[in-house]
Design a binder for this molecule. Structure first.
Ligand code: EPS
Length: 390
């Protein structure tokens, strides 16, 4: 069973990723994996922290001479900022006085600070925010990069783009091409494929920055080459759309998820919402004349591109602080400001790709299994043959 976990605090020594269930003999592309981390670090609107970190994966287990062993893959990404936080985030009881220096008692509305502190019985919200920080997503991207390498073996590719930053958005029904997605560079400002809109998005972020505010937005993740038949209609938790929604919703600041044109379709007639079916006799395959369903029907992939949209709230760490109450004195205060980002939507798209890759890799291995990549490939080829003979 393919699965992954992460561990680590934002200003602790390192963040860790553990991936299980990857078949043996998969050649890992280390350059590609580090580049994925670099992509997540980019985007206009990031704060000072990204100038400190240079994320790189150190493989600790599960790989030998460039290939997976079929054993758990442990990866570590160092936090360079740890140098500045060694005593504050120390694991030793003797350093507990140092922790008081950066105590957080004024919870930010919209953040985990208060709910987490109450739940876990902490009076210093740092014990909560260190783990709820989006720093954790670097470890997810490492896991997702392994999933992407696995999926690439079967010609499944995943990319994303920014579809809105604040009120600046792509027109409804805008269909991005794969070439446009591939053309987005690592140093792109906002990862939007329409240059005019990208400029306006940058201006929107600058305006927010100046006003001490934060900006939300949306991203779309697209997976191509996904075969018909991943996920299943048989139970609530096997439906792939539900699994993707959970995965995307778990990304920090995401508050809504859409598959295909799910939101717009709710306001349209059925005759304008569904994708008519065609058959390509040359390729022996069914196809759709449109893809409003985002490549999933009844919780099962239908062979079209899988399309998922994530909606992010503006992040809750604001200079223009909102009203709050001190957790200890119970006096009203404006919430505490920590160094932070203004807009994380471009990075969130890369994290969205990761979550889609992890869900697709899991669903793929559920269907085709295999302890070695050769065995998985054999099973997959057999299934493709079965489809072509249908
Ligand atoms: C984050 C706050 C900022 C972000 C961080 C998420 O970090 P810091 O508190 O060190 O300034 O930069 O994101 C990352 C470190 C990252 O790698 O994405 C938060 O509170 O969620």
């Amino acid at each position: 069973m393919f699965s992954f976990r992460t561990a680590g605090e934002s200003h602790g020594q390192a963040i860790i990723s553990l991936v299980e269930g990857v078949p043996a003999h998969l050649p890992l592309d280390f350059e590609f994996i580090d580049n994925e981390l670099k992509r997540r670090q980019g985007g206009y609107g990031r704060g000072g922290r990204m100038k400190i970190e240079r994320d790189q994966v150190r493989f600790l287990s599960g790989v030998r001479h460039g290939k997976t062993l079929g054993t758990p893959i442990a990866m570590m990404i160092e936090n360079r900022d740890w140098q500045n936080w060694q005593d504050i985030m120390s694991v030793n009881a003797a350093d507990s006085d140092a922790g008081a220096k950066r105590q957080v008692t004024r919870p930010r509305p919209g953040h985990t600070d208060l709910a987490g502190s109450l739940k876990y019985g902490h009076t210093d919200a740092r014990n909560i925010l260190e783990r709820s920080s989006a720093r954790e997503t670097a470890a997810r991207v490492a896991a997702g990069a392994v999933a992407k390498v696995f999926l690439r073996t079967f010609n499944i590719e995943i990319l994303s783009h920014t579809t809105a930053i604040g009120p600046v958005r792509l027109p409804e029904g805008f269909a991005v091409s794969w070439e446009q997605l591939e053309a987005i560079r690592n140093d792109d400002t906002v990862r939007c494929v329409v240059p005019d809109l990208a400029d306006r998005m940058v201006k929107e972020i600058e305006k927010g920055q100046k006003e001490g505010d934060t900006i939300g937005g949306t991203f779309e993740v697209i997976a191509r080459g996904v075969p018909t038949g991943l996920g299943s209609h048989v139970s609530w938790d096997t439906r792939l759309d539900g699994r993707l929604a959970q995965a995307i919703m778990s990304v920090n600041a995401v508050k809504a998820v859409e598959i295909g044109e799910g939101v717009a379709n709710a306001y349209k007639r059925g005759s304008l919402s569904h994708d008519e079916i065609g058959y390509d006799a040359g390729q022996h395959r069914f196809f759709r004349h449109s893809n409003r369903a985002g490549g999933i029907e009844g919780g099962i992939t239908n062979g079209e591109e899988v399309r998922v949209v994530g909606y992010l709230k503006p992040i809750p760490t604001l200079k223009k602080a909102l009203r709050s109450v001190d957790m200890i004195s119970k006096d009203p205060f404006v919430a505490q400001h920590e160094r932070s980002d203004t807009c994380v939507v471009p990075a969130a798209g890369v994290i969205g790709e990761t979550m889609v890759a992890l869900v697709l890799a899991q669903a793929f291995l559920e269907k085709f299994g295999g302890d070695s990549i050769q065995e998985t490939a054999r099973n997959y080829e057999g299934y493709l043959k079965q489809l072509s003979e249908y």
